[in-house]
Design a protein around this ligand. Structure first.
Ligand code: N01
Length: 535
């Protein structure tokens, strides 16, 4: 459809990932004329772009899906405990087909600007094909981790080999066979890619700045009997997704790590380590609020690294020293074991920083490493980055970036909306629980809240909604206070914006719990949208 023909829509939605697809489905069901713009040439969002070797979700597949449609849940069969990227992409394509979503999605089209016109009470949305559309509501499904961070290394343009970022991986297979490969970064993406690349490459050099704690995933194929059972238990799965703090079936044991003897604790840690997955993170309830409790689990993982990695010097370089869990916990498949391979070298770039990329490889202060391929597993400008990629302007032409950079302070109400930007909503926006909950759970809760809100406004004949300054300042203050009471803020991570040079620091995720948060959102809706101005 030509975009010139779709002016004066009810809603423009950005992105056709988990958020945009469900938002579109619900908006259409509720009778709102809607158009989704998606930069990729297919659905999937992060799962469209993250095609790097080893890309896999670290939430168990039976929870990493939508719960709004029992029919969909009954129809889809996950094959393994942790779904890989192709399987998740197939699932989202299946969803798009089942609900006939593609006819309202314009692919290969990036939203470059969205300006609110106060006189007309419309959002003017500019697209990268030179056209524009207007709509009453603008909803971002840009996600939390869609703005790749490519560090500004000197000399990258001179590199004669090939280079890739994990978050913008090409569609065709990258051939590592016999090649000298360098991977920069050891977060979730690097930890997944490194063991797979190592098996194919001639030689792999890993450039590590911060060592990471990772836990074995112990992925395995699902037994069909297990899948049958989960389908029979759909109502319970849905409850676990929507009414628990993790949203992913994990129950945090309500007991302090310090209340057990060291022997008992070790026994529990060994058991959950053997089971694999995030059971370790939920084995006690105070890892993230009590330093001593955190030492118990951090020490345990360090002991495992020393056990697994044969070369003591390499093992020493791999030992993390931040509080476990304050960077995003990681699941791996043979990560530490990979350093026992003959064709893998670990370089500590905190000790010997990278100076530049050269035509033939990469130079640290210790010397040059010759490489044919460089993989940047260097992460994302999280939470605000995807929104700042566009020029979003609210009342009086004020840009979202200017607003949030003023006083180094993101300010939102419930992470859903921000004052001076009427009729603009963010799905899993900054200061909502987002990435600290199972993402499909967080997304469904936001989409359903937004749709209820739009229906309410339509019914009441309200033209515009935006948070009051008081409500958003109180919410942002509450978010900061909750974060300050935890160990999260003691660690530099993408959660705090510390991974991006010059980015204002603030904890961008709500840590008060998904259950409490959902309750608060429901109360706001039930009160007729307390904390919002309706006009
Ligand atoms: O990114 P990251 P990611 N020089 O920011 C290093 C989700 N996710 O793409 O820690 C050298 O975690 C950086 O070092 P340091 C998940 O939420 C989920 O891996 O800043 N190194 C770090 O090692 C995750 O948390 C899944 O010192 C540099 C790495 O690059 C989030 O996405 C899979 C550098 C970046 O790690 C992001 O994960 C993948 C520099 N200049 C992602 N700049 C699953 O579901 C950065 N680094 C499994």
């Amino acid at each position: 459809m030509n975009t010139n023909q779709v002016n004066n829509l009810d809603v423009v939605v950005l992105g056709a990932g988990f958020s945009g697809l469900y938002m579109l489905h619900r908006l259409r069901e509720a009778g709102f004329s809607t158009r989704v713009y998606e930069a990729g040439d297919g659905v999937g969002g992060v799962w469209y772009w993250n095609r790097y070797p080893g890309a896999r979700c670290d939430i168990e597949s039976i929870y990493y899906n939508y719960s709004f449609s029992e029919e969909l849940y009954q129809e889809w069969n996950w094959t393994s405990r942790y779904p890989d990227q192709p399987e998740i992409l197939s699932y989202l394509n299946y969803v798009a087909d089942k609900f006939d979503l593609r006819r309202d999605i314009q692919f290969k089209t990036r939203i470059i600007a969205a300006h609110y016109d106060e006189k007309k009470n419309l959002w003017n949305v500019k697209l990268n094909d030179g056209t524009s559309v207007s709509a009453k509501y603008f909803i971002s499904g840009a996600g939390c981790l869609s703005s790749a961070n490519l560090p500004n290394f000197k000399g990258l343009e001179s590199f004669k080999g090939k280079w890739y970022h994990t978050g913008k991986w090409p569609q065709e297979k990258v051939d590592f066979k016999g090649k000298r490969v360098g991977v920069i970064g050891t977060g979730s993406s690097g930890v997944q890619a490194i063991p797979v690349i190592a098996k194919e490459a001639g030689h792999l050099t890993v450039f590590q700045r911060t060592p990471q704690y990772t836990i074995p995933a112990r992925n395995h194929l699902y037994d069909p009997a297990f899948i049958k059972q989960t389908k029979e238990n759909f109502a319970e799965i849905k409850r676990l997704m929507r009414e628990t703090d993790t949203g992913n079936g994990l129950q945090i044991r309500n007991i302090s790590a310090l209340s057990d003897s060291p022997a008992k604790r070790r026994e529990i840690f060994e058991k959950v380590w053997e089971e694999g997955g995030f059971g370790l993170t939920s084995s006690y309830n105070d890892f993230l609020i009590n330093e001593e409790a955190n030492h118990t689990v951090s020490d345990f993982i360090r002991s495992k690294i020393k056990e697994i990695v044969h070369n003591p010097e390499t093992a020493a370089k791999l030992l993390p020293d931040y509080y476990f869990g304050t960077k995003r916990p990681i699941l791996d498949s043979g990560y530490y074991e990979t350093y026992n391979r003959e064709n893998v070298t670990l370089v500590d770039v905190k000790e010997a920083p990278i100076i530049e990329i050269t035509p033939n490889g990469l130079r640290t202060i210790d010397g040059e490493y010759e490489l044919d391929i460089i993989v940047f597993a260097t992460g994302y400008d999280g939470m605000t980055g995807p929104l700042f990629k566009m020029d979003i302007r609210g009342k009086s032409g004020m840009s979202l970036k200017e607003k949030w950079e003023e006083g180094s302070m993101v300010r939102t109400y419930l992470g859903l909306a921000t004052s001076d930007f009427p009729n603009f909503f963010m799905i899993t926006g900054p200061e909502s629980p987002s990435v600290l909950v199972n993402m499909p759970s967080a997304i469904e809760q936001h989409v359903e809240w937004i749709i209820d809100c739009l229906e309410y406004l339509r019914e009441k004949g309200v033209d515009a909604i935006e948070p009051t300054i008081e409500a958003e300042e109180a919410w942002s203050k509450h978010c900061r206070e909750v974060a300050e009471a935890t160990l999260y803020v003691k660690t530099e991570s993408w959660y705090t914006g510390a991974n991006i040079a010059g980015k204002p620091r603030s904890f961008l995720i709500y840590l008060g719990g998904f259950v409490h948060y959902t309750q608060k959102c429901n109360e706001v809706a039930a009160s007729g949208y307390n904390g919002f101005t309706l006009s």
